[in-house]
Design a protein around this ligand. Sequence first.
Ligand code: HEC
Ligand code: HEC
Length: 447
Amino acid sequence: MNDETKTQINAKYERKLMHGERFWPDSIYKDVIVALGLFLLLVLLATFVGVHDSPKADPSDSSYIPRPEWYFMFLFKFLALYGQIPLLGKVEWIATVLIPGIAIGILTLLPFIDRSPHRYYAKRALPLAIMTIMVLGMVLLTMLADIPTVATDGSTLIGLLQSIAGLVVPGLAYIAFVGMAYLLKENAVRAIIWTTGIASALMIGFTAAAMLLYQPPAVEVVEVPTGLADQISAGQDLYSIHCVECHGDDGKVEEISGVEGLEGKMISIINSNDVLYTVNDASMAEIIAYGRPDSGMNPFGKAYNPEGLSRSEIDYIVTFMRYSWDDRFEAPYIPPLYPELADGEVPTYSVHIQPIVKRYCISCHRPGKDSNNYFMDSYANILTSGDNAEMNVVAGDMNSYLIETIQHQAILDESGSEIIGVMPPTRQLKQDIIDVFILWVMNGMPE
Ligand code: HEC
Ligand code: HEC
């Protein structure tokens, strides 16, 4: 660039400076452009990324621990760290009201306190230093938010590291800033910059140490069924466990059988248009949640039964019932219960038997249910539990109780009276399912 253009540019710059920039429309115009850009970004994010699915909020779930949104996490963490301070930590309002109040107050008053017209950073060292430490602290506290202050093994080292990063270092830095600004006056700039640098490095270092030391506990991933097909099969699984014993796997039971206390009770067929057309989704969910306590159907909702089902789980059951039974709804493709057997293939527990048992038997054959103590909830239990354990499944024996009862032959004692009824009591299984059971037992019950 030659000297002439340089002077030209400088002159142009001077003119601009003299002229200044108007708030309306110049500044506003820029703001509008940026706001529009952000708006478009949000629309794109919402369209193509979306938010994570999580279970529906359940007002009756008293074990839920609320947590603030992520942009408040730094305050949340600050409160947790402050709570660790001996004695003072008990006085909560200092951390919840006083300190945030002072911080917001200072930010509001800053333009009035600091009236220096300078823009060069060295002339504005103190405000810049205060902001740097504050913003850095907010970022680091947010990053630390998910790390508990007391580790699972009870060690408090992680909490100590976090307190140093989030409370001690910034606190000392602020005290140092004020001291320097008063004592060193004009010469404070270098000292303030150095202090800011060292404090930032320490804060980042201690945060990193806490994050590295922390070992997150292995959490069970709760998968939330998102697609319709997933919700239907989740609903079907829940229905199999909780409802089959009375209503049957197809909802067609009219007379309960095999359930203690309700033997022979007549109930409405919940798979009939009479029920499906007259009860809407909300009332259906309500019936499941509240049950029909007077008639013998206990409540399933968490609000009435602490071990019960969540709001979402009840909705999945309703979805399952609609799409499987209600002829006004067209079901999406749902994969078969178990993979079809090839010629000569031997069924195994985990691939074939488990899903069948889960759908047709587990509702009655699990701990807490009265079915001769025969629990079908695991491979080992199917082979060894039950009052007639030695007879239920015998490798290679067509007279195993399981095989006889599912073929609708009741087990009789010598005098000819029935000791075990047909299984499942309410209706006969389809022949191909019976065949899978027979093949499995005849081939020695492979796992
Ligand atoms: C212990 C047996 C039992 C279990 C388990 C059970 N129910 Fe019921 N259910 C009943 C009885 C008894 C009634 C009331 C009699 C009637 O309405 O015909 C009933 C009624 C209903 C009704 C109302 C039918 C109507 O229009 O009156 C619905 C819907 C229903 N049950 C769905 C379910 C669902 C879904 C489950 C599983 C979450 C379930 N039930 C579990 C016994 C049971
Ligand atoms: C509606 C509840 C119910 C369902 C569903 C059910 N059972 Fe049963 N089961 C019982 C009851 C109750 C007994 C106890 C004997 C009796 O009353 O018949 C029993 C007993 C048995 C026994 C004898 C256990 C022993 O040690 O005496 C076998 C085997 C059995 N069931 C197999 C099955 C199989 C396999 C399925 C699924 C295909 C199934 N049951 C589904 C209620 C049920």
